[in-house]
Design a protein around this ligand. Structure first.
Ligand code: ADP
Length: 326
């Protein structure tokens, strides 16, 4: 592998607030270190179809505060096939891109890992997902902003829940991870969180009812992580209607508004640090790692570890939620 002179950068999979701050950081840090930068549009799709543009410092001006991604994002079926990845590699070579920085979730980093192994291309991943489900980093880019959005929404829902003395199930994102639901519940003073991690351990609805709903309160908010494992908020509302018909139950699904908005200071700083660290890592000769932050230090996490999908939930948080919701 020769010296890296030009990097390509792409955002892939679900968008997350702070991706733009990461694009800015990677671009500026690369240019600062004498590298050329090419922006690849629509994730792996742009690599397959050659939608690639040279980025100068000005291309990333005035974007740190914007949600979404100026590079756009997409899901790309072709890239999951050997033919698609071959086309991507040929475009990369024709564009004289020596290394890739991929900002995305576990699917995107899985793609990067396979591509890197197949074509011996240096790839560095940045954790960009609101779900916080990548192992090896304390938080992912977008998670803190989504958490704040959830908190603000629940503050509003609480006004209605209290006035009407209702039980609200609020469905939040997170795929098969309960971080948004659990920490969203703590941040908004909700009564409980139903998360995929505990789905096989206990009947979470029964626990919640048993632990005190209606002992000291007339209204309640329960966050439910969207997941095939939990069945989502509708599933739990149906169960309450059947099993506890005395309760007045309502459902709110927060949906895509959790993905949008201007990133918080935390996400902007995280994205800036990770972006700068990705260039440093490349120049140190690192490859096929995700850059993360653990205990406020930059860490390099091999792709195989980051995407293993077993980032543990801190069980102390569950106890905190339980204690504080009496
Ligand atoms: P996220 O990165 O948010 O988890 P996806 O799971 O949708 O999002 O993955 C984004 C893209 O990454 C996919 O559309 C595909 O192009 C690529 N990708 C995902 N899994 C693989 C795989 N096993 N092999 C190659 N590419 C993959």
């Amino acid at each position: 592998m020769g010296k890296i002179k030009c990097i390509g950068i792409l955002t892939s999979g679900g968008d997350a607030p702070g991706m733009n701050a990461a694009i800015r950081a990677v671009t500026r840090s690369a240019i600062f270190n004498g590298l050329k930068v090419k922006g690849i549009y629509r994730g792996y799709k742009g690599l397959v179809t050659n939608e690639i543009v040279e980025f100068k410092s000005q291309n990333v001006s005035n974007i740190i505060q914007q949600g979404g991604t100026i590079l756009k994002t997409a899901r790309c079926k072709e890239f999951t096939t050997p033919e698609g990845r071959k086309a991507a590699y040929e475009n990369m070579k024709a564009q004289e891109i020596d290394a890739l920085i991929v900002i995305g979730g576990d699917g995107s980093l899985t793609g990067a890992r396979i591509f890197a192994e197949e074509y011996d291309v240096p790839c560095i991943g940045l954790p960009g997902t609101i779900d916080n489900d990548l192992y090896g980093t304390d938080t992912t880019i977008g998670y803190d902003t989504a958490l704040n959005t959830i908190m603000e929404c629940i503050d509003k829902i609480r006004d209605t829940a209290t006035s009407h003395e209702r039980l609200f199930f609020v469905e939040v994102m997170g795929r098969d991870a309960g971080f948004l639901a659990l920490n969203g519940a703590i941040a908004s003073g909700a009564e409980a969180a139903i998360i995929p991690e505990f789905e096989t351990e206990v009947d979470q609805l029964e626990e919640f009812i048993k632990n005190g709903f209606r002992k000291s309160k007339n209204s309640s908010i329960v966050l439910v992580a969207e997941s095939e494992l939990t069945g989502g908020a509708m599933h739990y509302a149906e169960r309450v209607k059947n099993e506890y018909p005395q309760y007045d139950v309502r459902v709110t699904i927060l949906g895509h508004l959790q993905r949008g908005g201007s990133p918080t200071a935390h996400d902007r700083i995280l994205a800036s640090r990770l972006g700068a660290a990705s260039i440093e890592a490349l120049m140190e000769g690192q490859r096929n790692v995700m850059i993360g932050i653990h205990h406020d230090n930059i860490v390099y996490v091999p792709f195989s570890k980051a995407i293993k999908n077993d980032k543990p939930i801190d069980r102390d948080l569950v106890n905190v939620l339980r204690e504080l919701s009496i």
